[in-house]
Write a protein that binds this ligand. Structure first.
Ligand code: GLV
Ligand code: MN
Ligand code: MN
Ligand code: MN
Length: 401
């Protein structure tokens, strides 16, 4: 097993297909499917048993001396639209390299190891996020009827992709039994580590997050002939509402983040008054209580506008990750002389969901200039390799305890 070494740089090049325009590995897309297939073949080549569940989460189980629950690592395979080369994928491929290195140490580890490539974390194709890890952990979800921007339902997209993955030779089709614990390697996606010249972040917790779709309803009509009193212009109302919400944000705590990242207008034609304008809200806070206070004020503002509907598409509470696993990683990082700091994550992660069922921890590496969810996302190879080295030592320690 693992006689030849797969290098992280080569794997990242192989799994990232586009250059300057960013990665578009939306869940169940062709590129997503291609990558999950490639990963399964890679794992099988090195003796892993592949499991694919009905959401397309891939688990690769590598053997241990004892038949105990596996020590797991991994992250998500999907990206946002025009995303970067590392978000999610680094945790999958860096996890593969770390597992490879544990097996190269000689004897089989006592406990089995597992690499997980979650199907979807970003919520970029359908208005639902973490659908992969939620399924993995047995949460019920009502997502089948959600549609993407082309009108394809989640159920249709999923079925088409999953049947191809599950038809691969020697793939077990089932929900994977839960592992003993979970460690996610990830880029920081913010500026703190790079500003502090530290190579490692050990994550204490993850922000609470709510997302919404807000729709303003108007009346499509002629841009040039409709008198002012008769115009029901969805964009005019939406822009007033957005300005009021941004005012509210300005008066809130500094740890609140508020993003209107997507606006859809119908019919989206220059000489037609907009019939509808739908925009998303992504709202995060370190504290559940402060988030709830802001959301209540936000809903009060929304209610002051006529012809507006608001639908919640995501709620995840703030999460405190495993202290015991973080402490163990801090000790290993100290021994390995890697400068590290403990930090809270403003980005959402599958670890938030895994942490509800098994002890979970995260290892961050720096993001250049703190840029992420954009084609300019970059982490230098030496930092990526420090993350893999810490993960290797961590998995090896856990698997041989
Ligand atoms: C996902 O990466 C998120 O934090 O939005
Ligand atoms: Mn991610
Ligand atoms: Mn992301
Ligand atoms: Mn994320």
């Amino acid at each position: 097993m693992f006689s030849e070494e797969h290098q992280l740089a080569d794997l990242l090049n192989q799994f990232n297909t586009t250059a300057d325009t960013g990665q578009n590995r939306l869940v169940y897309s062709e590129q997503w499917l291609h990558n999950q297939k490639t990963l399964i073949l890679l794992g099988q080549k090195y003796g892993a048993k592949a499991i694919v569940d009905d959401y397309g989460n891939v688990s690769l189980d590598f053997p241990g001396q004892e038949a105990t629950l596996p020590i797991a690592t991994g992250s998500h395979m999907d990206t946002v639209r025009q995303g970067g080369r590392y978000d999610g994928l680094y945790g999958v491929l860096g996890g593969f390299c770390a597992i490879q290195k544990v097996y190269q140490q000689g004897s089989l580890p006592k406990k089995p190891l597992r690499l997980i490539s979650f199907s979807e974390e970003e919520g970029s194709r359908f208005p639902a996020a973490f659908t992969g890890s939620k399924h993995y952990t047995g949460q019920q979800q009502q997502v089948a009827a959600l549609v993407d921007e082309t009108g394809i339902t989640f159920a249709q997209a999923r079925e088409n992709a999953i049947k191809q993955l599950q038809a691969m030779p020697d793939v077990r089709r089932q929900r994977a039994p839960l592992p003993a614990n979970f460690t996610e390697l990830h880029i920081e996606q913010g500026p703190r580590l790079s500003q502090a010249h530290q190579s490692i972040g050990l994550v204490t917790g993850i922000v609470a997050q709510n997302r919404y779709n807000v729709t303003v309803h108007g009346q499509a009509n002629h841009a040039g002939t409709t008198p002012r009193a008769q115009r029901q212009d969805a964009i005019a109302t939406a822009s007033h509402l957005m300005a009021r919400l941004y005012d509210l944000v300005d008066r809130s705590s500094n740890s609140l983040t508020f993003t209107i990242g997507e606006i859809r207008v119908s019919p989206n034609v220059s000489n037609v008054i907009a019939e509808s304008c739908t925009f998303t809200i992504d709202c995060r806070e370190e504290s559940d209580e402060r988030l709830a206070t802001f959301l209540s004020a936000m809903n009060t503002v929304v209610k002051q506008f006529d012809n507006v509907t608001i639908e919640q598409t995501l709620h995840v509470p703030a999460t405190l990750l495993s202290q015991a696993l973080r402490k163990q990683n801090a000790e290993i990082a100290t021994q390995m002389k890697f400068p590290f700091r403990e930090l809270f994550s403003g980005a959402g992660h599958d670890s938030q969901i895994m942490n509800t069922v098994v002890p979970t921890t995260m290892i961050f590496v720096p993001s250049k200039a703190g840029i992420s969810h954009a084609p300019a996302e970059y982490t230098k190879m030496s930092d990526l390799l420090i993350g893999v080295a810490l993960l290797t030592a961590s998995l090896s320690a856990q698997a041989n305890e």
